[in-house]
Design a protein. Sequence first.
Lengths: 275, 275
Amino acid sequence: METVSENRCFGGAQGVHTHASIATGTDMTFGLFLPEEAADGPVPLLWYLSGLTCTHENAMVKAGAQAHAAEHGLAIVFPDTSPRGKGVADDEAYDLGQGAGFYVDATEAPWAPHFRMESYVLSDLTELLFDGFPLDPGRQGITGHSMGGHGALTLAAKSPGRFRSVSAFAPICNPTNSDWGRKQFEAYLGSIEAGDAHDATNLVKAGALDAPILIDTGTDDQFGDYLKTEELAEALATRRTEATLRLQKGYDHSYFFVSTFIADHVDFHAEALWR
Amino acid sequence: METVSENRCFGGAQGVHTHASIATGTDMTFGLFLPEEAADGPVPLLWYLSGLTCTHENAMVKAGAQAHAAEHGLAIVFPDTSPRGKGVADDEAYDLGQGAGFYVDATEAPWAPHFRMESYVLSDLTELLFDGFPLDPGRQGITGHSMGGHGALTLAAKSPGRFRSVSAFAPICNPTNSDWGRKQFEAYLGSIEAGDAHDATNLVKAGALDAPILIDTGTDDQFGDYLKTEELAEALATRRTEATLRLQKGYDHSYFFVSTFIADHVDFHAEALWR
């Protein structure tokens, strides 16, 4: 692992690190905010998964999460959204290939060799983080935006007991039923049906989410038709899952929306992680 | 004036607008955050002047100022740092020409036709803002980062009585005595001496700053030698000017530093602007 940069920030430090990932077979870059309290011992860790076209950097510089993480003594990790670089498959579309890993392990050519973001997040980066930094594996939460909201919800469902709290900003809720999902599951996994196991609405219907959930989505989200929030809303209510879904009047899909509500999300996670 | 974008943000709206500037003879772009309270009548305005290489966008997306402005019912304007585009002079160096206007009105070729950022901020954009938006001209504060901190301090000194409060993040304090200043004054104004009237330390020595001042600068600022903070510190103390200068341990020149202390700055301005 190599540290690319480290900046003092809210009494702690915002680092950027690269490492050779076994899962993706590429060098991967991530951001890690460590609060001041990390100098004295392990702190809870909040995962922030980003959306389409993003790198590790977007949320790290635009979401404003560090202010609130510092208040609560939480670390935040900002992984990249896909493998990148020469020799890594890509597509001209913004929503497939590099920058659009969808948090699954691809099984199909040309994606299978490197596009293994589920394993990257849940195993590879996890081991690196808990081996290399003062972080408490017993206190993890997960959040994300858009495709990263899909990632947060589905990866939490795939890791029972691991994440104490799950939240999402404008998540893709039902990708097997959306243009943000069908194309990607066909490409990465060979069929839309193979995406059923990576669909938050399906997972909620199956009772697979065991942590409290907070979701914010804007009523004026320009990608609202892709998100299928209504399907997840129905599933949560039907299944009587512990969850808060807030439809925020006038907000869109941008980081101005995310930054507006990031304090509430960090507070929500802090409550679960320090309990 | 044309609105490029508008995003709901902390109950208000973050807009981006372009207009044909009389001062620069070019189209200029600026960001304007309006808090919810602007729907009911004029609100105070905080100017945020950005540093070298920045556009209107950097602070708008990275400083996290809107959260705190919304709390206090303040608007914030984020002007660009220079004229731009075809037919506008430029230089290969990052610290001269486009992105490096230094908040002066150039008198020398090839800069004089368009590089008129002092007039742009103090007159042209000012008129546009107070004509077009619900802003209270009697309640203005000004802040900025690095070159923009220089701009905040010097433009406030040039406008006695206009700004109720002045603050800066890692400002260039004594540009006639620095590589961030001497080259630019020679290019834009024809001599270093012509920069004396645009040098915060000189202006403080002359008693030209009549508003309370808050300055934060990191002890680990990688450009610390260019800032000449010590010269301004001495001048403020000698002149017994109302000011708070904080040297923040371990912080550098980045937006991670700015975002860490932006809440304190917005609070400082709000106290002066709502008095």
